[in-house]
Ligand binder design. Structure first.
Ligand code: CAA
Length: 260
């Protein structure tokens, strides 16, 4: 596959996917979505990759959404297909089994916010602005926004954001728990690295099962969710990492987890 619209770096256990169309504010066309999908697949199979970061090139945008150029003259079928391709990428992020951090360096609009919401954690620069402006062009969010946004902020706030298309700033996004942390733009990369490194020192199987349980928690009833939790707890009790964690605690040293 030829990669034209994304950059990809793997360093010290962290894979970074950079959407690289800064002149178009990192808007996502079909090729770019397929590139992200391929990067995610690589990060998933590479045992050395422990944490994934997704961000945008430049300092204006994480991603301004679906590329509106590709939507011109779309048929019902093409529109549905574009929606499905974007939804597939967001599911791939959720199913990767490793923590994914969205590093929001500016606008995260429409499909850009939807991409960020599929990630596990979100760090935003103070200048970031987020929103679902699709209504302004006669659309609705098509990459999961009508489903994931209410799960973050509640139905009322999600309806307000999607009905009005208005953007919110990073501080407001933090207040409504849409982002985990807001830092000045110049500290964004170091804050993301610090968080990624922190996660790299955690037991990978515990992170993987936590991600799965929490992602599924809104899809299952409490009884099934608790059963799943107990099973995962049982699995973790039999891991080498658990033995190492307890030994390290008793020996007053830092644990070295192997993901076994
Ligand atoms: N698609 C294609 N190009 C885009 C784009 C998008 N979503 N967003 C920005 N661009 C392009 C602009 O066309 C412009 O290109 P040119 O320089 O070639 O004219 C360039 O990026 C810079 O943008 P602006 O000149 O508009 O910059 P600004 O600072 O005046 O405004 C903005 C920034 C508020 C983000 C504005 O660009 C904007 O409103 N963009 C559209 C955002 C949007 O509606 N996103 C939702 C898309 S639909 C969607 O995502 C559906 C879905 O759920 C999957």
């Amino acid at each position: 596959m030829e990669f034209k619209n994304t950059l990809y770096e793997k360093k010290e256990g962290i894979a970074t996917v950079i959407i690289n169309r800064p002149k178009a504010l990192n808007a996502l066309n079909e090729e770019t979505l397929l590139e992200i999908s391929s990067r995610i697949a690589d990060a998933k199979q590479d045992e050395n990759v422990k944490v994934i970061i997704i961000t945008g090139a430049g300092d204006r945008a994480f991603c301004a959404g679906a590329d509106l150029n590709m939507m011109k003259g779309a048929t019902a079928y093409k529109g549905m297909r574009l929606s499905q391709i974007g939804q597939k990428v967001t599911r791939e992020i959720e199913d990767i089994g490793k923590p994914v951090i969205a590093v929001i360096n500016g606008y995260a609009l429409g499909g850009g916010l939807e991409l960020a919401m599929a990630c596990d954690l979100r760090i935003a620069a103070e200048n970031a602005q987020m929103g679902q402006p699709e209504v302004n062009v006669g659309l609705i969010p098509g990459w999961g926004g009508t489903q994931r946004l209410p799960r973050f902020v509640g139905k009322g706030k999600a309806k307000e954001m999607i009905f009005t298309g208005k953007r919110i700033d990073a501080k407001t996004a933090e207040q409504i728990m849409l982002v985990n942390l807001v830092v000045p733009l110049e500290q964004l990369k170091s804050a993301a690295k610090e968080l990624a490194q922190d996660l790299m020192n955690k037991p990978p199987i515990a992170l993987q099962l936590t991600k799965q349980l929490i992602n599924n928690s809104t899809e299952t009833d409490l009884k099934i969710g608790l059963t799943n939790e107990a099973e995962a707890f049982g699995v973790l009790s039999s891991t080498e990492d658990f033995k190492e964690g307890v030994s390290a605690f008793l020996e007053k040293r830092k644990p070295q987890y192997q993901g076994k």
